[in-house]
Design a protein around this ligand. Structure first.
Ligand SMILES: Cc1ncc(COP(=O)(O)O)c(C=O)c1O
Length: 373
């Protein structure tokens, strides 16, 4: 291929380490000659989509020749009731990832800074760097928790956004109400604080903060994000949303695409909000699955992090990539944490009961065969 005569590529984009999604399941099955792989790698809902969402999708598909509602009108109305906020305080996105991207595009320029944790959602540094901003990943406090005090210290006059995943991915740890309140009191009002609550439906901790109530208390710089990809089982449809003050939401509306969320996704998400029983079943499954993992990790003598999300991080004592490969051979996909610098840790999503048992049996076998590190 002929090289470009002039270097048109931006250095700060060339320097990005791309996000590594897993290969398509069917492709891995074909390569390994296996059928029915178990995917416990992307924190999806093992129950599938809710029945109400499926019925709504079947109805919506008949109107697929029409453009979708540009502002996701009915979904926004339903969400406004759900959270007791005004409709102009809500923005729906093509996954919450799209809203993260709008924040980056809306607020970052080359030379700006973004503060978050060193061990958090990999999309935060990618989006920051794509805008030429510097990502300041603050080391975790003990217990692999966000160190909010150190993050306040890391804020400079160049800082535009702070990202807090609560609960955090990949650790499953969380920021408490007291910690968040102390943090918000110290953050300058001209720094956007994005609280990403992708896993909120799985939280059981009593001291977990009600971030939406701070939006109510008219914090103009606070934005809270949720997604339909996890507990609602709609990851493939790409729907997420943000709640914030009206001015911030209308600013982000200006830079989104006019039809950013497809009509089938809008219909499914609106219906899923009413499927209380499905959410209850999902929560119950995850809560039981987490306890099951803890019990067996303890028996195996493995360190793990108690999680408020639908996954658990566990230290295997072996190279995480080796454990990944070894489990893949028996048809189980998990995540190695090497990309985060946690070389011997893996992250496993809570699956159905039979999937969790099979994972544990296979892990036990795999650790017998793999060299410790
Ligand atoms: C912390 C966190 N935020 C956001 C997302 C993205 O969610 P969505 O599917 O809504 O783009 C994920 C997905 O894994 C996540 O872990």
């Amino acid at each position: 291929m002929q090289a470009m005569t002039r270097d048109i590529f931006k250095d700060y984009i060339q320097a990005i380490r791309p996000y590594e999604p897993g290969k398509p399941i069917k492709e891995v099955e074909r390569e390994l000659g296996l059928r029915h792989l178990i995917k416990l790698a992307s924190n999806e809902n093992p129950l599938g989509p809710s029945g109400k969402a499926l019925r709504a999708m079947r109805r919506a598909i008949r109107e697929a020749h029409l453009y979708p509602e540009s502002t996701a009108h009915y979904l926004v109305e339903r969400l406004a009731v759900e959270h007791d906020v005004k409709t102009n305080q809500i923005l729906v996105g093509n996954g919450s990832n799209e809203i993260l991207e709008l924040l980056a595009r809306g607020f970052l320029s080359p030379g700006d800074e973004v503060v978050s944790s060193e061990t958090s959602f990999l999309v935060y540094p990618i989006l920051s760097q794509a805008c030429g901003a510097k990502y300041v990943g603050v080391p975790m406090a003990s217990g692999y928790r966000y160190d909010l005090e150190a993050m306040v210290q890391a804020i400079t006059e160049k800082t535009r956004i702070v990202f807090i995943a609560n609960p955090n991915n990949p650790t499953g740890t969380y920021v408490t109400t007291a910690e968040l309140e102390a943090f918000l009191a110290k953050v300058p009002q001209n720094v956007i604080v994005c609280i990403d609550e992708a896993y909120i439906n799985f939280v059981e901790a009593e001291d977990f903060p009600d971030a939406l109530s701070y939006v109510e208390k008219s914090r103009p710089n606070l934005i809270v994000m949720r997604t339909f990809s996890k507990a609602y089982g709609l990851a493939g449809l790409r729907v997420g949303y943000a709640v914030a003050n009206e001015q911030l939401i209308s600013y982000l509306h200006k830079i989104r695409q006019p039809f950013n969320v497809n009509s089938i996704a809008q219909a499914a998400a609106t219906a899923a909000l009413d499927d209380r029983f499905f959410i209850w079943r999902t929560k119950h499954l995850v809560s039981r699955g987490r306890r099951f993992f803890y019990k067996h990790f303890k028996q195996l003598g493995l360190e793990y992090l108690p999680s408020q999300a639908n996954f658990v991080l566990v230290k295997t004592g072996c190279d995480g990539n080796d454990v990944f490969q070894s489990l893949l051979k028996v048809g189980i996909i998990i995540r190695s944490m090497k990309a985060y610098g946690l070389d011997t840790w893996i992250r496993v999503t809570v699956g159905r009961r039979s999937q969790n048992s099979l994972f544990l049996r296979s892990l036990r076998e795999c650790l017998k065969r793999t060299d410790p590190k």
